[in-house]
Design a protein around this ligand. Structure first.
Ligand SMILES: [Fe+2]
Length: 215
């Protein structure tokens, strides 16, 4: 994939945003660190089943499975935590940015964790500078968490300091040849050249989150 320059954040805006974020969200030690909300959150997003997809068919990008667990800072699974996730497509563009979009939310979705605090959804691997995926996690007994998952191998993840990328929020997207797993989630696999051979599979990432409670 190549990076796309059609979309660009204003660094000044983001710098302020990161600062406000640092001041407003003081989480307890052990809780997942927060990140900027960004301008592309949209309430107009579908509730999906746990394990379903947040992308509509034909969306450009590498098919990706994201799985994780939501826990309290003490490690207890948080069931029925509400996740609101949003991301760009494989061009690095959010649905709201397409002038010709037809109105349906795409690359965004809402879902609940299961009894073990687990969640899963399929999407496309986001690209941007740096590549990231937004998460808002809500539960009546816990503090709201607005965070993001940053791709460790993103070209800009270390140099782009205005994003205030925190090392605890970096994840590895792995290419998996487990087509059975892909089938389980109804993912469309893609081919990737690895060591001179065409391999079939999909990308996957795992991210656990820890929520804290008010004192
Ligand atoms: Fe973003």
């Amino acid at each position: 994939m190549t990076s796309d320059t059609r979309w660009c954040f204003s660094p000044t805006f983001l710098g302020i945003s990161a600062l406000v974020n640092a001041i407003s969200y003081q989480h307890k030690p052990g809780a997942t660190e927060s990140s900027v909300l960004g301008p592309f959150h949209d309430e107009n997003s579908h509730l999906i089943g746990n394990g379903a997809t947040i992308v509509e068919e034909g969306t450009y990008g590498e098919a990706t499975l994201v799985r994780g667990k939501v826990r309290s800072v003490t490690g207890a699974p948080v069931k029925q935590a509400f996740l609101d996730v949003w991301e760009t497509d494989g061009h690095g563009v959010y649905d709201l940015e397409y002038v010709d979009r037809h109105g349906d939310p795409n690359r965004r979705g809402k879902l609940y964790t299961d009894d073990e605090g687990q969640y899963a959804f399929t999407c496309v691997r986001p690209i941007l500078r740096p590549a990231h995926m937004h998460f808002m996690i809500l539960h009546p007994e816990y503090n709201k968490l607005i965070t993001a998952l940053y791709s460790r191998d993103s070209k800009y993840v270390e140099s782009d300091t205005v994003f205030g990328v925190k090392s605890s929020l970096l994840v590895d997207y792995k290419f998996t040849k487990d087509t059975e797993l892909a089938g389980e989630y109804g993912m469309q696999t893609f081919k990737k050249n690895i060591d001179g051979k065409q391999r079939e599979g999909g990308a996957s990432a795992a991210q656990d989150s820890r929520l804290d409670q008010e004192a």
